[in-house]
Design a binder for this molecule. Structure first.
Ligand code: UTP
Length: 241
């Protein structure tokens, strides 16, 4: 089974520190040990926001801010690489081909951002499409995809399952509400829709949840099941590749 795991910066590095990163690396190591091929994408989190905020005050333009954000995602990616040791690449891949080659070699690929004007949500979806992954997992700091921002709206409901087209519609609605944050952005949703990529959005702060989702499809987040996607991967059913 080939899986791409996109780990939010606020999940992996709520603040620079070793424990959280080591726990996530251990889960990735276990999946690899069981024969799973794993590509990872790491976000920038609060550290990226702080740098971007400071540079904005200093007058940097949006592309410059994005470049700064990309640099921070790559710093976070280097932390994951440090924890993965010899199973992983030696430096964050800077484009999809480099990351794809690492996967073909049997390494865990690790990347952060790749280009301005997007986030690592889109990188995860594009990389999953590029390597024709069986599954894309977004390990976010929220429990799944909601009808509204649960921090703003009391009766926001969590979706257990959505088609990819429904995901695009829900995210487009959320992004129109200023200030509300969607767990996955619209570009990512559109890439998932066009590629027909089976996707799970879950709370990845406890990395064991990522492991259970990949191994068994067992999770409390949101399943995105594009039209025409076949049966669940057998890996989920019997714990084998
Ligand atoms: P993130 O993917 O962490 O963005 O990239 P985010 O959605 O703001 O973070 P979370 O999910 O809430 O933790 C951080 C920043 O890096 C730049 C963007 O400015 C983004 O906001 N970036 C990232 C890019 O410009 N291109 C990329 O491919 C990735």
């Amino acid at each position: 089974m080939k899986v791409v795991v996109s780990i939010g910066g606020s999940v992996l590095v709520p603040e620079p520190g070793a424990d959280r990163v080591a726990e996530h690396a251990a889960v990735i190591d276990d999946l690899v040990g069981d024969g799973c091929r794993v590509g990872t994408v790491v976000g920038g989190g609060g550290v990226a926001r702080e740098y971007i905020g400071a540079a904005r005050e200093l007058g940097a333009n949006e592309i410059e801010l994005d470049k700064l954000g990309i640099d921070v995602t790559r710093l976070n990616a280097r932390l994951l690489i440090a924890a993965l040791g010899e199973d992983a690449v030696t430096a964050p891949a800077e484009d999809y081909e480099e990351a794809g080659e690492a996967l073909r070699r049997g390494d865990v690929s690790v990347m952060g951002g790749v280009a301005p004007a997007q986030t690592t949500d889109a990188v995860g979806a594009a990389f999953a499409e590029y390597v024709d992954a069986d599954l894309l997992v977004y390990a976010t700091s929220v429990p799944g995809v909601y009808s509204d921002d649960p921090n703003e709206v009391d009766d926001a409901t969590k979706y257990d399952s959505l088609s990819a087209t429904e995901l695009v519609d829900v995210i487009a609605g959320l992004e129109m509400n200023a200030g509300s944050s969607a767990p996955v952005d619209l570009l990512a949703a559109k890439i998932i829709e066009r590629s027909g990529m089976r996707t799970i959005v879950l709370d990845g702060t406890d990395p064991d949840r990522i492991s259970r989702a990949v191994r068994h499809g067992d999770h409390e987040g949101t399943d995105v099941v594009p039209d025409g996607v076949g049966e669940e991967p057998t890996y989920w059913a019997n714990g084998e590749r």
